[in-house]
Design a protein around this ligand. Structure first.
Ligand code: ASP
Length: 310
């Protein structure tokens, strides 16, 4: 019996020279906390689903990451969040898009899976499900972070000047978790504010089952972060599973192929974390960095940021 857990806190233009030691430590701490709460679930025999939701909640609560508290702003200065969960045991899934209110959109995605007959909800009825589930709500002040607000102003100013170097890799971020529990089930969870200065109503890959989030015990659980439009068009998460199922590839080969070729060759900067039913983990990314971490039964947690191992 074994368990494993991997998390990400977004991929993109993350360079050591732009970091301070304090900021670096804060990211490592945020990731470590999420690994800790997720592993606590697995260590006590909890389910992969409980573990990924717990880990993602911790990342949503941490304003450093673009999900929940700390979500980025649309071009109109509001926050619209997307989230999804999928259970590999039976392929049940739940997701929400464009929501503002619940402090933990990932809990709402799970409530959609557990309390409705649907997979994806948007709009007032999604929020109604959150109320029925007794989820906690936050206001604009709760979700506000100065750095995200400043990033929006910067991006809008660049657009006004007609600058084309509006690098998508600079503007995105997401959090996610994948896990394999001691019973041999796997699950995935992903949550995001999307991309800075996105159009109001824009939905990314995160809540699209198969694109940014996927899980099936037969193959793998995967969670993506990166340029959402490309992840959607290449059906990135489900493509890893498809390569395993139909081409007989192992997890690492399939994940690598999707991230380093399909996405990389098509302007899809970003990365994915994935776990298979044996508990193997893959975390490929084609950008300069990806906030990430992993822990397996019997080996200590490890968090990393850059293209190297640190
Ligand atoms: N994939 C997310 C989106 O496009 C953003 C990100 O992960 O960086 O909404």
């Amino acid at each position: 019996m074994t368990y494993s857990l991997a998390i990400h806190g977004g991929a993109g233009t993350i360079l050591k020279e732009n970091m301070t030691p304090e900021k670096e430590a804060a990211y490592h701490n945020g990731l470590a906390r999420a690994l800790e709460v997720g592993e606590a679930v697995l260590r006590t025999g909890g389910s992969a689903m409980d573990a990924v939701v717990a880990a993602v909640c911790a990342l949503e609560d941490e304003p450093l990451f673009n999900a929940g508290r700390g979500a980025v702003y649309t071009s109109e200065g509001v926050q619209e969040m997307d989230a999804a969960v999928m259970d590999g045991k039976d392929r049940r899934a739940g997701s929400v898009a464009g929501v503002f209110g619940p402090k933990n959109p990932i809990k709402l995605a799970r409530a959609v899976m557990e309390r409705t007959e649907h997979v994806t909800l948007i709009g007032p009825n999604a929020l109604e499900i959150a109320r029925q589930a007794g989820l906690e709500f936050g206001d604009r002040d709760y979700f506000f972070t100065q750095s995200r607000w400043d990033a929006l102003q910067e991006t809008l100013a660049m657009r006004a000047r007609g600058e084309v170097s509006d690098d998508p890799a600079r503007r995105h971020g997401t959090v996610g978790a994948v896990a394999r529990d001691e019973a041999g089930n796997i699950a995935a969870a992903t949550s995001t504010g999307g991309m800075t200065a996105k159009a109001p109503g824009r939905v990314g890959d995160t809540p699209m089952i198969g694109a940014g989030t996927f899980a099936d015990n037969e193959t793998c659980a995967a969670s993506g972060t990166g340029h959402g439009e490309v992840f959607i068009r290449w059906n990135a998460a489900a493509e890893i599973a498809a390569r395993m199922r139909h081409a007989g590839e192992d997890l690492a080969t399939a994940a690598d192929r999707v991230v380093m070729q399909d996405l990389a060759d098509n302007d899809g900067s970003g990365g994915m974390i994935a776990v298979d039913a044996a508990g193997n983990i893959a975390m490929p990314f084609n950008s300069q960095g990806m906030y990430r971490g992993m822990v397996c039964k019997g080996s200590g947690p490890k968090t990393s940021i850059y293209n190297t191992d640190d």
